[in-house]
Ligand binder design. Structure first.
Ligand SMILES: Nc1ncnc2c1ncn2[C@@H]1O[C@H](COS(=O)(=O)NC(=O)[C@@H](N)CO)[C@@H](O)[C@H]1O
Length: 143
């Protein structure tokens, strides 16, 4: 799994077209979204993660929480992003992993948003630009 973390003034997105034949079914209210004062996690779920999705979910949550504490972010945003890796996990696994990350971050008390999976989306983001505002993590299951 590849994670790009951007501490932002805001992120906003708008769903455009389907990028997969069967994208995640979404209610109208998820077709556009915005979150302010937010730590955005752009996530590419990778083939190697299919070996132990539960483990990579736990590790990803730990990494995201660590950074959230450092930058004092209470709002988190999970953004499915297929462009951080050339070895992508299949969509069914990727969506489950991303939903689990969202769920576990909520269990830890954060306000968590998530962008729809399987769509081309327009998005705007305003990176804060401080030294910890742009970070990346690579997460892999134990061999
Ligand atoms: N492994 C993955 N990790 C994160 N997001 C994914 C993954 N696979 C699919 N997606 C989601 O599905 C969308 C399309 O995925 S994609 O791999 O780019 N596929 C396509 O664009 C297809 N149109 C051609 O392959 C991505 O924008 C993302 O929302």
């Amino acid at each position: 799994m590849r994670v790009l973390l951007i501490h932002s003034d805001y992120i906003e997105y708008e769903v455009k077209d389907k990028a997969l034949k069967n994208p995640e079914p979404i209610p109208d209210e998820m077709k556009k979204g915005r979150m302010d004062e937010v730590l955005v996690a752009f996530i590419s779920v990778e083939k190697v993660d299919e070996k132990n999705p539960e483990e990579v979910v736990e590790k990803a949550v730990e990494e995201i929480v660590n950074v959230a504490k450092q930058v004092k972010a209470e709002n988190l945003f999970v953004y499915p992003f297929a462009h951080l890796s050339s070895e992508l996990a299949k969509p069914s696994v990727a969506l489950e992993v991303l939903k689990k990350i969202e769920e576990k971050l909520k269990e830890k008390g954060y306000n968590v948003g998530r962008a729809p999976f399987g769509y081309y989306k327009a998005f705007k983001i305003s990176c804060k630009g401080h030294p910890l505002a742009e970070l990346s993590r690579t997460i892999v299951p134990e061999a």
